[in-house]
Design a protein around this ligand. Sequence first.
Ligand code: BEZ
Length: 254
Amino acid sequence: MPDQPKWNSQLYDDKHSFVWKLAAGVLELLEPKPGEHILDLGCGTGHLTSKIAEAGAHVFGVDRSPEMIAQAREQYPTLRFEVMDALDLTLEETFDAVFSNATLHWIHEPERVITAIAKLLKPGGRFVAEFGGKGNTNELLKAIHRAWRNLALPGAPPRPWYYPTIPEYSGLLEKHGIEVTYAILFDRPTPLDDGERGLRNWLDMFGAAFSGSLPDPVREQFKEVIERELRPALYNNGHWTMDYRRLRISGKRV
Ligand code: BEZ
């Protein structure tokens, strides 16, 4: 995973609530049951963790961001949360299910996290996840390249996200003893909050992964160029819509 800046958990909750509000489908696929032990990997500010708990499961939320975990603990003081990197899942316990929403596209070493998940699952345990799949934020990635060239920045822009195909990710899961039972790759154009400011909020929240290394004035310019480049494709009637494409996948530990 590339170096991550501090997460702005307030901006995340205020302007990017779609991250958990649009997760009903993957939660349904999880089907949490009373008494089950479930790990929520990349739990952010804990909203989905709390939904899983509402179903009667014992849920444990982990996230690599201390800011996110602090906010999760504040909002859901009765639930269990811990700061933990998905690449360093050092837990003794095992789970009936490992759940993950909007996290795995940040992880460029998928086999490392899949190996860890497989170890954490009881035999028959479920892995249920949704994240950016092949083609996710394609317009944005093209705009990043154009902006990089336009500003004559050195080298190539960073590639902050891992967006696999179904066969690619299924193959890795199967290789590590997780039998794939369901997989779908689907377009989910996502309206951003806050009208004209929507894309800027998104870039402030998530864009440090590709612009964080630029000096301040260049970074601002970079965001302006991206905004200009993306406007024809993603701005309509006063609203920005991000071209998300989700990979939703589930499997069973054999
Ligand atoms: C996503 O949810 O697809 C996503 C979020 C932040 C950066 C890139 C992708």
